[in-house]
Design a protein around this ligand. Sequence first.
Ligand code: PMV
Length: 336
Amino acid sequence: MSSLRKIDVVTLLLGEKRGQMPVKYCASAFAPSNIALCKYWGKRNEELNLPITPSLSISLGKLGTTTSVCLSPEPRDIVTLNNREMPATTKFAKALATFLDLFRPSPTVFFRVDTQNTVPTAAGMASSASGFAALVLALDDLFGWALSTKNLSILARLGSGSACRSVLRGFVEWNAGADEDGLDSYAEQVKGTWPDLRLGVLRLSELEKEISSRQAMKCTRLTSSLYEAWPIKVSHDIALIKESIETRDFELLGRTAESNALAMHATGLAAWPPVLFWLPESVATMRKIWALRKEGLPLYFTMDAGPNIKMLFTADQSDAITTEFPAVEIVEPFAS
Ligand code: PMV
């Protein structure tokens, strides 16, 4: 495995721009959250967040993160999340400080980072993807790098893998790439919009995850006998999802995304120690969705590394979905 560190990639990518001072005092940017329809599950390089397979997501329109980065007025990083200062010892502040270290012109330059998540906290959606993407976009403006979308995507990936998809809107594919330095592993927009596509988020548990997606995918890749089937499944599913977008075939999109998510979770079950994110409520919701589908409601779901369920349907079914799931949070991915 390559021994390249994140800092080596940043140096490669920014060249002489790394080490230069910001060109302004403050900059701010928004990046949308994204939900994978074909999942990223397994890294070929843990340090650089390089994936074994490609993945394909949909971004969540207006829902995501707005981040502003300024030069700090004090000799320390100042970090706030939704207007609350986060002590330097918190996981959130530590992750930001480590990422900012990659870009500090000198160890005595500090930043003030204000993060606002517009993803409703009750929706239980991951914010690390939109968070790192918004931070990279804001840093690009602060330092005046004027990087290409490709390079912004690469930098966001160094923060968290799925963040590389959040620098773009709509349907987004993350090319796995094959290079050791990962300069060919970045996200690109997939042509096509789908204005009446809807996501319904069901938050089923307030509990903290027992295992991070990073740990879960590593344990699965190393110990699950089912993992070898995963890349084959992904190559089929990516092709089918692209076909469904081109032909606006909702049934094909839903079926493929649901089956992809279930296959991802199945690889985890065959890992040791076993990786299972589902709660009884998750299984009950899946059964309810399957029963409604049998009755003729075109409704599918996907799940990430947690117990919550994200349903997929079209706008004409919104009323029926709200009747069946009163707590649902409906997201319009293509709302401008
Ligand atoms: O980017 P990470 O390290 O948070 O991993 C995300 C993993 C999944 O959400 C399960 C799948 C995906 O493609 O987003």
